[in-house]
Design a protein around this ligand. Structure first.
Ligand code: XMP
Length: 545
């Protein structure tokens, strides 16, 4: 992937943009979130971006933190043309050291120990020009520090505008140019007034117009889609009933009506009644041109006798692609025979900004990217095999922004707040072989579990919950008879990023009631367990397989 986005993908003609150059900190994306929270539009590119290649001129640039030392061989450095661009610059942590180092390497000393934790930052009053970064923040602000190297000398032309007990140069500013640096992290919640500092920089110093609002984004995106797709071309896209694909599909519907074709593949591994619900929501409520491809038997047939998790995923993924491709060809043929319809030229994908950030990282796609979550390379097949172009209307948005758009597009709250559901569905929640009987049991148990969670009003307190089925059977007693039946595994986790997760702490009585209801009402179940121990991630994963 190239470092810059194609021009058509960029809304810069409308919004003033603050460019964040990423040096690989875990919290770089939070700078964007904070700025967008201030209605300031911001984008992130790798720190190594050649500024001459930028298809737009940013209002200002922020250099993020990063794990490197400026002294490491191969450590990332910013294009020195940054100083010729004539826009304000703010360096955060590593970004601040990088600024100082670029001016003179003697300004930065190699760290001996990482300094991290809370610090009280004393704000100095110097003069009207340099005081703008900390304006309105009083005499002392609470901040979070995490750095290794340290500024030991002021770069030429700079003055100190903030300091802490351990960092003489916690905040620096150039006396006449608009260049600033802070050693702490204003983007973190642990720096409670960090947003105000970022506002001072982006709005007051850079002059960025805080005009990034979701309502405008929707109109802007609809216009962009119409412009890209034109008056005749058609677009296809897979939908799952999840929030991303539903919002993307609804945007397409608003933009080009029935020339967008949504395809829902019923793989027989969706939740109880889910296929019908998705159909009702997308087709009847949202008016999206939807085709449901019923293929439960095909999927279950191909999965018969297969035990190995990755093999199951591959079978489900490739069967899905086969069917989707066939459907695309059918739509294409139909279009050929319809006088006013154009060719199918585009493929819709619900990519979100975190995926974009990950793939644009200067380190390359991170080791943590979950390749198995992309359905077997569907976009590549559609682009290279079918010659379609990729349309990604949500690629600039974070999940909570997608939800906000969903609300503005009148999508039902339950769908917007729905827990994520994996592409291979309950196929990876049934340990071992997926049989029709076990699918039925998993579905019924899951339905009871999730309904009880919803009734208790705690659905939104957890990030993901489901019932799975164990490979083994267990003995239980029902009435006067001993039964030998399936073991249900209940899981519920809380997580903010799905990279780590903790088991949800259930009210005990509720969990007992759910377990009893499942054993009593789902035939074939002898025992119910709640997965506590390995639900933490790592070492466990959220799904069972
Ligand atoms: P894990 O199991 O990796 O799950 O801890 C993290 C998140 O990813 C989802 N997940 C998947 N989603 N296809 C998907 O579309 C998959 O194969 C898959 N495996 C896991 C999981 O539901 C959780 O939200």
């Amino acid at each position: 992937m190239t470092a810059t986005l194609p021009e058509a993908e960029l809304p810069h003609n409308k919004f003033d943009t603050i460019l964040v150059l990423d040096f690989g900190s875990q919290t770089s994306h939070l700078i964007l979130r904070r700025l967008r929270g201030l209605n300031v539009y911001a984008e992130m590119l790798p720190c190594t971006t050649k500024l001459a290649d930028l298809p737009f001129k940013p209002k200002g640039i922020i250099l993020s933190g990063g794990p490197s030392s400026v002294y490491d061989e191969g450590s990332p450095h910013v294009d020195s043309a940054i100083f010729d661009l004539g826009v304000p610059i703010l360096g955060i942590c590593y970004g601040c050291q990088e600024l100082a180092w670029q001016m003179n390497s003697a300004n930065v000393a190699r760290g001996e120990a990482r300094e991290y934790g809370h610090a009280d930052v004393t704000i100095h009053k110097v003069d009207a020009h340099v005081d703008r970064l900390f304006a309105g923040l009083g005499d002392v602000m609470h901040a979070y520090m995490s750095h290794f190297d340290k500024l030991v000398k002021l770069p030429e032309g700079f003055v100190v505008v903030a300091s802490t007990a351990n960092s003489e140069f916690a905040g620096i500013a150039h006396q006449s140019k608009n260049i600033f640096g802070v050693q702490f992290h204003p983007e973190l919640e642990h720096t409670p007034r960090g947003s105000e500092l970022l506002r001072n920089f982006s709005v007051d110093i850079c002059g960025a117009n805080p005009s990034w609002v979701m309502g405008d984004f929707v109109q802007q995106e609809i216009a962009r889609i119409r412009h890209l797709v034109g008056d005749r071309a058609q677009v296809i896209g897979a939908v799952s009933g999840g929030v991303d694909s539903t919002v993307a599909a609804k945007l397409m519907k608003e933009a080009i009506g029935d020339r967008f074709h949504a395809v829902l593949v019923d793989n027989g591994l969706m939740r109880l009644n889910e296929c019908a619900q998705v159909k009702a929501t997308l087709s009847e409520h949202l008016g999206i041109n939807l085709t449901v491809v019923g293929a439960a038997d095909l999927f279950l047939g191909r999965l018969a006798g297969v035990l190995e998790p990755e093999k199951k995923r591959k079978i489900i993924g490739s069967t899905f692609i086969d069917l989707f491709e066939k459907e695309a060809e059918r739509i294409e043929k139909e279009a050929e025979n319809t006088p006013n319809a154009g060719k199918v030229e585009w493929f819709l994908q619900g990519t979100l900004y975190p995926d974009v950030i990950e793939s644009l990282s200067f380190k390359g796609p991170s080791a943590t990217i979950k390749t198995h979550h992309n359905v077997g390379g569907l976009p590549e097949r559609m682009m290279n095999g079918q010659g379609l172009r990729l349309l990604e209307p949500l690629r600039l948005l974070f999940k909570d922004e997608v939800r906000e758009i969903g609300r503005s597009l009148n999508i039902h709250r339950d769908l917007i707040m729905r827990h994520p559901f994996p592409g291979p569905g309950i196929g990876i929640r049934i340990l071992g072989e997926v049989t029709p009987e076990r699918v039925e049991i998993a579905r019924k148990a899951d339905h009871i579990y999730i309904s009880a969670i919803r009734e208790a009003g705690i659905y939104d307190q957890m990030s993901q919950a489901y019932a799975g089925v164990d490979t083994n059977k267990a003995v239980g007693v029902m009435g006067d008879t001993r039964v030998y039946g399936y073991i249900i595994i209940l899981r519920a986790v809380t997580t903010s990023d799905f990279m780590s997760a903790e088991a949800f702490e259930f009210p005990w009585a509720l969990l007992q009631k759910i377990a009893r209801t499942i054993v009593n009402s789902v035939d074939g179940v002898a025992r119910v367990t709640y997965d506590l121990n390995s639900t933490s991630k790592p070492p466990g994963t959220i799904e069972l397989e």
